[in-house]
Write a new protein. Structure first.
Length: 287
C-alpha cells in the first residue's frame, strides 16, 4: 500500500510539473504571437498611411493607384503610390520605400545617426522587435552614393526581409530579378547581380569597409564592388541573359563618365552559421 501511495504522489508531482511546463510554454507562445501581431499591425498601419490620398484630394506620391484588403490582414496595392508627405510627418527620418520579391517585401526605409536604433524600433518610433528597414548611417546620400546598405530583420512570421532567403534558389532570382526603391524624387529599379550568404567578417567586411568608409567615390569603386560581389555569388548571374546585359550596361555607363551607377545591398540574418548574413546586391544603371 505504501508503494502505491508513493507512486501516486510521484505521478501527482510529475503532473503538476507537466502542467506548469504547459502553462509556461503556452504563455510564451501567446507572448510571441502578441508581439508579432502588434508589429504586423503597426506596419500595416504605415502602409495604409503611405498609400492614402491627401486630404485636399491630391496624392503627394509618385503614382496614383487604388488600394484594397486581401482579407488576411495584409494590404494589397494595384500600383505604387507613396505618400511621403504623410510619412514624413510620422517620421522625418524616412528616406525612401522599398518594394521587392513581388511586393512581399514592402515598406519604408529610414536613416539615422547610428545603426542600432531601428533594430528595435518600428517606423513610428515605438519599440518593436521587427524594427524597420534602415540605410547604413555612412551611406550618404543613400541611394545616390556608390554603395548603400539597407538592413532589415529576418522574421519567422514572413515579414521584413524574410523572403530574401528565397534568393538562395536561382529559379527565384529569375522570377524576381529586380527590386525597387521609391523616393520623393522618383523611383529606381535595381537589377540583382549577386546573391550570397556567409560569415559577416569573412564575406562582407571588406566590401563594407571599401564600399562605405572609403572616401573614394569614383567609377572604379563601383566596378570594384561589383566584381567583389559577383565573385562571391551563389550562382553565376552574369552568365544569364539578363546578367550579361547588366555587365555590359555597367561597362558602357562607366565608359561614358556621365553618371556613376549606385549599388544597393539588402542585408539580413542567415542562420546556417553563428555570424552569418544574407546579401542581395542590386545595381541601378539609369541615367
Amino acid at each position: 500500500m505504501k508503494n502505491k501511495s508513493n507512486t501516486k504522489r510521484i505521478l501527482r508531482i510529475l503532473l503538476i510539473f507537466f502542467a506548469i511546463g504547459m502553462l509556461c510554454t503556452g504563455g510564451m507562445l501567446i507572448y510571441y504571437w502578441t508581439r508579432y501581431s502588434a508589429d504586423r499591425n503597426a506596419n500595416e498601419a504605415v502602409k495604409r498611411l503611405a498609400y492614402q490620398a491627401s486630404d485636399d484630394g491630391t496624392n503627394n506620391s509618385l503614382n496614383s493607384g487604388e488600394s484594397g484588403s486581401t482579407g488576411d490582414n495584409k494590404t494589397s496595392f494595384s500600383t505604387k503610390s507613396i505618400n511621403f508627405g504623410a510619412l514624413s510627418e510620422m517620421n522625418p527620418e524616412i528616406i525612401g520605400w522599398i518594394s521587392a520579391c513581388g511586393e512581399l517585401i514592402d515598406g519604408p526605409v529610414v536613416q539615422t545617426d547610428n545603426n542600432d536604433y531601428y533594430l528595435s524600433h518600428l517606423f513610428d518610433n515605438s519599440a518593436g522587435k521587427a524594427g524597420c528597414f534602415f540605410a547604413d548611417t555612412y551611406s550618404n546620400p543613400a541611394f545616390e552614393c556608390p554603395f548603400t546598405v539597407v538592413y532589415g530583420h529576418y522574421r519567422k512570421d514572413k515579414s521584413m526581409f524574410y523572403f530574401l532567403h528565397y534568393y538562395k534558389d536561382q529559379a527565384y532570382y529569375l522570377a524576381h530579378p529586380i527590386f525597387t526603391i521609391y523616393t520623393e524624387e522618383g523611383e529606381k529599379e535595381y537589377q540583382i547581380f549577386s546573391v550570397f550568404y556567409g560569415d559577416y567578417e569573412a564575406d562582407f567586411e571588406k566590401l563594407y569597409e571599401y564600399g562605405i568608409k572609403s572616401a573614394d567615390s569614383s567609377a572604379d569603386k563601383v566596378k570594384n564592388i561589383f566584381n567583389m560581389a559577383t565573385s562571391k555569388s551563389l550562382y553565376d548571374i552574369l552568365s544569364t541573359k539578363e546578367g550579361a546585359k547588366i555587365a555590359d550596361a555597367l561597362d558602357q555607363d562607366l565608359a561614358k563618365g556621365a553618371t556613376t551607377p549606385d549599388i544597393v545591398v539588402l542585408y539580413t540574418c542567415e542562420y546556417s552559421g553563428a555570424n552569418n548574413r544574407m546579401f542581395v546586391f542590386g545595381i541601378n544603371l539609369d541615367e
